[in-house]
Design a protein around this ligand. Structure first.
Ligand code: F6R
Length: 263
């Protein structure tokens, strides 16, 4: 695992954008796994500003709330259209999120897994991490061979995302979601985790330096053979092995192309 600590969120987002842009340049028909959440908003805007060619690209998002249709402003489909898909030249038919209003959620999850397989699997999976340690919506005790499925959201996640829902307008955060499993995530050929901000310092130190445990789903990325974690200094504040993170970046020629971004 390569851990790169950037001086601030802006630099971290730029580095993540550059890595995605290079992956797309190397494989124009890239299959991208995508994440939502506050952390990713500026990354998507930056990628859109780069005017890249996404015309051959396919995407699969990690998760979607149960019960929210695409047109609901709190659905992840709405988020993705707003922050990314409507700003780039992707063919919307190639963009996929689980259907949170499907009648048969189990069948929907099985269909989603099949579609990913038919697409040849995810080449590059973007990940954030939640305060509960989740990747996607894989809450503590998600089993590591888990696949796309319906899950219950924990109180920590309800508290994390609840403020996005405007109760005065009758909006209520669903307490269930469909999410790729930990096993699904680990099947991606490459993982790119982006985590910024002081409030993530505790959980990211557990995920990266703590024991691999299903109590922190994010720690599963330690198993992946090709995983890059990009942090800002605030998120990295509680890592005890910081020197190793910096040196991985400084000494390895594979990072040469990105050195200007993080200097
Ligand atoms: C959302 C997702 C989640 C978020 C995580 C961090 O698709 O996969 O795991 O990445 O909850 O969210 P923010 O960025 O809002 O802190």
């Amino acid at each position: 695992m390569d851990i790169v600590i950037c001086k601030n969120a802006e630099t971290a987002e730029k580095l993540a954008a550059a890595i995605i842009a290079d992956a797309l340049a190397a494989k124009p028909n890239l299959t991208l796994g995508l994440a939502t959440g506050a952390t990713m908003e500026n990354l998507y805007h930056k990628l859109a500003d780069m005017k890249l060619d996404f015309s051959l690209c396919k995407t699969f998002n990690l998760d979607e709330y149960v019960g929210l249709p695409a047109e609901d402003r709190n659905s992840y489909r709405y988020y993705m259209n707003y922050h990314f898909f409507d700003r780039i030249n992707i063919d919307k038919r190639n963009t996929h999120l689980e259907n949170g209003v499907a009648e048969d959620l189990e069948a929907e999850c099985a269909r989603y897994e099949e579609m990913m397989e038919e697409a040849g699997g995810v080449d590059l999976q973007l990940l954030g991490i939640g305060l509960s340690g989740h990747i996607g919506f894989n809450e503590p005790f998600s089993d590591w061979s888990s696949r796309t499925r319906a899950v219950n959201l924990t109180p920590v996640t309800m508290a994390q995302n609840g403020p996005y829902f405007d109760e005065a307008k009758g909006e209520k955060m669903p307490n269930r979601a469909l999410t790729m499993g930990v096993g699904t995530v680990l099947d991606a050929k490459k993982l790119l985790m982006l985590v910024t901000g002081e409030r993530k310092a505790d959980i990211i130190s557990k995920a990266l330096e703590g024991p691999m445990t299903s109590m922190v789903s994010g720690s599963a990325i330690q198993l992946h053979p090709d995983c890059v974690v990009i942090l800002d200094e605030a998120a990295a504040a509680k890592l005890t092995m910081k020197d190793y993170c910096y040196s991985a970046f400084a000494n390895d020629p594979k990072w040469d192309a990105y050195r200007d971004i993080v200097k």
